[in-house]
Design a protein around this ligand. Structure first.
Ligand SMILES: *Cc1c(COP(=O)(O)O)cnc(C)c1O
Length: 364
């Protein structure tokens, strides 16, 4: 094994020792004590998502975050429905790709790669194509770290009476939000992002009335959110098919640690402090960020390759890894970038040490 490192990536993230330790037990997927844990998690997720919990419910789903995105798209847009996807990065594009693979009628507004979504084109499209039934957007586009205005979008979507789907994968638990206030019908995230659990399942927090209309829509057996929800509801926390028992124990511990930290508001402050220190420190070393400061999220930041023949991302990556940090390559076509995440079990002292190592490696 190579030396351990901190993950400065968009997920999986570095987790606490206690979250990892929570996995040191085996559980029966059908046992009532275990199912009670599942029920507790489902309720906590709803409580984290809104101050109006009675209107919402949650479903846990095996697999990575994309499985949940696919499950929502494939189980909520009916055969005669039409999905509008607002894209400005790889994850928005993935939503559109899922819909197209299922043969769902799909409309796309592409905002490029570095510009947040705006509502004028959205309003225009909803007027031009009144057969649109569902609108999907990504909250934090992890491709660049860009934050989309889900509040403004939600207002328009609700004024037009459409179903609102938000991929909040990399923001839920790290940025305060209330899905009732925002008008979100389906909010999707996963165990290994800002809740700081380990990878293995994702979850959907849904408007209960909307979800109840999804019976029989799914194009997939395993990714049917209605059936999965129905089994969890009627079975008191049972999953269809084998559940990721160890991951569930870790997630329960991660939720407790989120509470101990002071909840989402406190975690947001920590992430924001990390990001501020990172952005300022990198700038001081001569790195420029891809996005203007106003579009930054407290989750992950994209930096442009320095304008030097000497700069080599692979060399930087391996030197950082050797010093205990893993960073992430860029993912956009318009510019050469790399990304540094600051979510997970990461504190200011870690960012400061990273900046020291970055300084030692300004070989360009
Ligand atoms: C991480 C992430 C996903 C899901 O990715 P998986 O690799 O399937 O876990 C989806 N959307 C966004 C915005 C993400 O950050």
């Amino acid at each position: 094994m190579s030396t351990p490192y901190l993950l400065l990536t968009p997920g999986p993230l570095s987790t606490s020792a206690s979250v990892k330790e929570a996995m040191l037990r085996d559980s029966c997927t059908w046992d009532e004590d275990y199912n009670q844990i599942v029920q507790g998690i489902r309720q906590k997720l709803v409580d984290l998502a809104t101050l109006t919990p009675e209107k919402y419910t949650s479903v846990l789903m095996q697999g990575s975050g994309s499985f949940c995105v696919e499950a929502v798209i494939g189980s909520s847009v009916p055969a005669n429905g039409k999905l509008l996807v607002l894209t400005n990065g790889a994850y928005g594009k993935r939503i559109a790709q899922i819909a197209q693979m299922y043969g769902i009628s799909t409309s796309i507004i592409d905002f490029g790669e570095v510009t947040p979504v705006t509502v004028e084109p959205l309003i225009q499209r909803l007027v031009e194509e009144p057969d649109i039934t569902h609108v999907a957007v990504v909250h934090c586009e992890t491709t660049t770290g860009l934050l989309n205005p889900i509040e403004e979008v939600g207002q328009v979507v609700k004024e037009h009476g459409k179903v609102y789907i938000v991929d909040a994968m990399s923001s839920f638990g790290g940025i305060p939000l209330d899905m009732h206030e925002l008008g979100i019908d389906y909010l999707i995230s996963s165990a290994n992002k800002c809740i700081q659990g380990v990878p293995g399942f994702g979850f959907i927090i849904a408007n209960r009335e909307e979800l109840q209309q999804c019976k029989g829509i799914s194009r997939s057996l395993s990714l049917d959110i209605y059936d999965q929800w129905e089994t969890m509801e009627s079975g008191g926390g049972k999953w269809r098919f084998t559940s990721p028992t160890h991951v569930v124990h870790a997630f329960k511990q991660a939720l407790q640690e989120l509470e101990e930290e002071g909840g989402v508001a406190a975690r947001y402050v920590r992430y924001k402090q990390n990001q501020d220190a990172l952005a300022i420190g990198m700038e001081r070393l001569g790195y420029r960020s891809l996005l203007p400061k106003s579009a930054h999220s407290p989750i992950i930041t994209s930096f442009l390759y320095p304008d030097s023949e000497q700069f080599n991302f692979q060399i930087l990556y391996h030197r950082l890894k050797h010093s205990g940090f893993v960073i992430y390559p860029g993912k956009i076509s318009a510019a050469d970038t790399f990304r540094i995440g600051n979510i997970g079990e990461i504190y200011l002292k870690d960012i400061h040490r990273l900046l020291e190592v970055m300084e030692e490696n300004c070989f360009w």
